[in-house]
Design a protein around this ligand. Structure first.
Ligand SMILES: [Zn+2]
Length: 422
């Protein structure tokens, strides 16, 4: 199904030259110096200033986005990782002291008080939080932190095992954990874990190094621990780590007994002595849902579902498909996970995931499509701090899309009972 043959067109720049070469630090720095020297003589000037800062930030973040996307799509190619790291340490990190200056310039401006409280009150909060958490000495540590994360993605992307004579990625093993034959499940689960265990030393070392770095980052910022630091860094103004601990307790009290009941039910239906890790994914009715055979079918049905919810939604996902802003199938060399990455300048996102033909993949596609529609809806916001939504807000769009699309999942499941099960 095709609702449009058009492709996504990048939005034109308002304040910066289209041919500005941002891969050279001296070019970026010259623009940032100009911004730093800009005189602000009214509240309108102040907002204009923020918009300019926002556009430059969009340009930089889009370049970083493409490098990140290429790195995760082809995670087994070290040159992609180098290109990402190079841009992050050579441009993004060097721009951070300027971002701090711009925040200060906004914060210290006498015209800030003249801004409409309703529209900009929250902006004050975000920017003063950023100022409070900024430490120049954390910049090199944050570069190192990114590099460690990327190393993990690379190492994971290369993991494959041989199963029934075929080379398979760890994601491609997941469907076998739904096999009705317990021996198959156990064999596959152990195959997967044995492979991970081979990486034990390397992963442990990455984790330990990262932990040290993060504790140091938190300490430099004046926090006792990384948790409290991250809570504030994530802009969680309306609840505290203490509230989260209370929530954990509630889960233990209310959800865990239910989960135990469900596991007991599973044990009885599967007729087992005890439920083992390889018994948790298999369907209790013995049926395995098969929503699609090919990636084209997978995305086309998703487009159709979105179009039924709101034509604009379907057209937007269709545009992403036409523009090759989707990389959905799992293969060797891809980093794990899934994401919707906003391309801030273009005003559209890229969706990355590791589909292997399972029901969960349908949910993930619709989830990421929810994020994608959010990206499209916010593309005209010119103030940077208002564009970056914390997870609490971001997941509202994505999880809502899962729920509101549910009645239309029969697009993937022609059989009535499959649809009900899904
Ligand atoms: Zn999400």
């Amino acid at each position: 199904m095709n609702y449009t043959d058009e492709k996504i067109v990048k939005q034109p720049r308002k304040y910066f030259a289209e041919d500005l070469d941002i891969t050279k630090w001296e070019n970026v720095e010259a623009e940032m110096q100009k911004l730093d020297e800009e005189e602000i003589n009214s509240a309108d000037d102040l907002i204009d200033f923020l918009k300019k800062v926002g556009e430059l930030s969009n340009i930089l973040s889009e370049e970083m986005a493409w490098r990140y996307i290429t790195m995760t799509r082809y995670a087994d190619k070290p040159e992609n990782q180098e290109k990402f790291n190079e841009f992050y340490s050579g441009i993004i990190s060097k721009a951070k002291p300027y971002d701090f200056k711009f925040n200060k310039k906004f914060y210290d401006s006498p015209y800030r008080k003249e801004l409409d409280e309703k529209k900009y009150g929250h902006l004050n909060k975000i920017i003063s939080n950023d100022i409070e958490l900024y430490r120049e000495e954390n910049i090199p540590l944050q570069i190192k932190e990114k590099e460690l994360t990327n190393k993990y993605g690379e190492a994971f992307s290369k993991l494959t095992v041989t199963y029934k004579g075929e080379e398979k990625t760890l994601s491609q093993l997941a469907p076998f954990l739904k096999d009705p034959d317990r021996k198959v499940r156990e064999e596959v689960w152990k195959l997967r874990m044995d492979k991970m265990m081979e990486m034990r030393e390397e992963f442990n070392q990455l984790f330990d190094e990262m932990k040290e770095l993060r504790i140091q980052i938190a300490k430099n910022t004046g926090f006792d621990n990384y948790r409290d630091f991250m809570h504030q860094a994530k802009g969680r103004f309306s609840y505290t780590p203490k509230d989260i601990m209370k929530f954990h307790d509630a889960v233990e009290k209310e959800v865990m007994p239910f989960l135990r009941e469900e596991t007991e039910k599973r044990r009885k239906i599967l007729d087992l002595d005890s439920v083992r890790p390889w018994d948790t994914a298999v369907d209790l009715d013995g049926k395995v849902l098969k929503p699609f055979d090919t990636i084209d079918e997978f995305v086309d049905k998703g487009i159709k579902i979105l179009h039924t919810i709101k034509p604009e939604f379907g057209i937007r996902l269709n545009l992403m498909k036409n523009s090759e802003y989707l990389d959905l199938d799992n293969r060797k060399g891809k980093a794990p996970g899934g994401y919707n990455y906003p391309l801030s300048e273009t005003g559209a996102p890229f969706i990355f995931m590791n589909a292997v033909g399972m029901h969960q993949n349908v949910v993930t596609l619709l989830h990421e499509a929810g994020h994608a529609m959010h990206t499209f809806a916010t593309k005209n916001i010119e103030i940077d701090a208002y564009k970056n939504t914390p997870s609490e807000v971001a997941e509202l769009a994505s999880m809502s899309m899962e729920f509101i699309s549910m009645d239309l999942w029969n697009e993937y499941y022609k059989d009535e009972s499959d649809f009900n099960k899904a």
